[in-house]
Design a protein around this ligand. Structure first.
Ligand SMILES: [Fe+2]
Length: 380
């Protein structure tokens, strides 16, 4: 089966200058959802000029920050539902893109988003979404390539997926110049998210030759993460990590993730910690317990990350774990959460994800007690 992925992908430095040429295909009026940082930069003027040149009108919605929230998505949808909007453009990190993606779906459908989230009696979108155009500015979640938006409900303390193949972006514009101002923490956290997604997709029970190929390419690109962190002005390294994140998004959209992402959703919902930081802390621990269940894949990860190819599988699988640990250390990611609160929540966290799709895609099947022990250990 062909992979689900965005229709049109432009990977080109300074592609924002000609964004209007691509966006005009989806209609003459669009809604731009973007963060404050972008909207107050020269890049916003460049995008506006490019749209005006093609006679595309636009509304602008400033994203207030934080994770995509149920009430924020409903509020934006209500504000624009009576207006003529042909497409939705998201410019920003994963949270902005997921919010824009969710709004593109909700503007074409009835009711609030909560009814469409992945609960047992979820509603399926009756109408296809408005075309969604993704212009990412951080290299992490791969939201520009995925078919879902991860949405949080702060009061009800959950994070759920709004998932539908039709939500996949119609057009993705990856312009490395837009990634240059990402802070050190954002670069580190989002990069560890992309790396975790590549590892979990590559070792997923649902992986196939096609998703494996995207992951193999992604591992080669993510090797530039340490450089993007230590030399933030290095546009080549920024571009490499941007491509790695995009490939990780295609892979997870088609074969799922694993235990790290299964645990990361409830941990994020209960603690509010950044998703990429949670992934960065968990991944070495989860690799260790998954190692013997996917030894060949882990060995290949070791070879791809280190460039070392002539050692046996057992050794290379250990090298994979060592390489990820060492990268996390160099990005100043802590080894544990050091959170008494999280330790006390271990049973709740595991209870919320043990039967979910992400845990079922994990290469090793462990019971509730096992994961509780792991969460307790990483809380220290
Ligand atoms: Fe992720």
């Amino acid at each position: 089966m062909p992979l689900k992925k965005p229709q049109e992908v432009i990977i080109k430095r300074y592609a924002l200058v000609t964004a209007g040429r691509h966006i005009v295909q989806y209609g003459k009026s669009c809604l731009i959802i973007a963060g404050k940082h972008f909207l107050h930069s020269e890049d916003a003027d460049i995008l506006a000029a490019s749209l005006t040149l093609r006679d595309v009108g636009y509304e602008i919605e400033e994203y207030a920050g934080g994770e995509p929230e149920v009430n924020v998505i409903d509020r934006i949808t209500a504000r624009y539902c009576g207006e003529k909007i042909d497409s939705v453009i998201g410019v920003g990190g994963g949270s902005v893109l997921d919010t824009a993606k969710a709004v593109s779906g909700m503007l074409a459908n009835e009711g609030g988003i909560e009814r469409y989230l992945e609960f047992p009696d979820m509603r399926v979108m009756q109408n296809g979404p408005l075309p969604f155009i993704a212009i990412p500015t951080t290299a992490g979640t791969g939201a520009e390539a995925t078919k879902n938006a991860v949405v949080r409900h702060a009061e009800k303390c959950y994070k759920k997926s709004f998932c539908d193949e039709r939500l996949t972006a119609k057009c993705v514009i990856i312009d490395a110049s837009l990634y240059m101002s990402a802070s050190a923490d954002v670069t580190a956290y989002s990069g560890m998210d992309a790396l975790t997604q590549l590892i979990e997709a590559f070792t997923s029970r649902r992986a196939d030759e096609q998703t494996d190929e995207y992951c193999r390419q992604g591992f080669k690109h993510i090797r530039y993460l340490a450089t993007a962190y230590s030399d933030p002005g290095n546009i080549s390294a920024r571009e490499e990590t941007a491509i790695a994140a995009f490939k990780s998004g295609i892979a997870i959209s088609n074969c799922g993730v694993g235990a790290v992402h299964a645990l990361a959703s409830p941990i994020g919902a209960h603690t509010g910690l950044p998703h990429g930081l949670i992934c960065g802390i968990l991944i070495p621990h989860v690799m260790k317990v998954n190692r013997e269940h996917a030894i060949e894949k882990y060995a290949e990860i070791g070879r791809l990350l280190t460039g070392n190819s002539d050692v046996n599988d057992e050794t290379m699988a250990d090298e994979a774990i060592a390489a990820v640990k060492s990268l996390a250390r160099s990005l100043k990611i802590p080894q544990t959460f050091r959170s008494e609160r999280l330790k006390n929540l271990a049973a709740t966290i595991v209870g919320e994800c043990i039967n979910g799709g992400s845990m079922l895609s994990n290469p090793a099947k462990y019971d509730e007690k096992f994961w509780m022990k792991l969460v307790t250990a990483v809380s220290r």
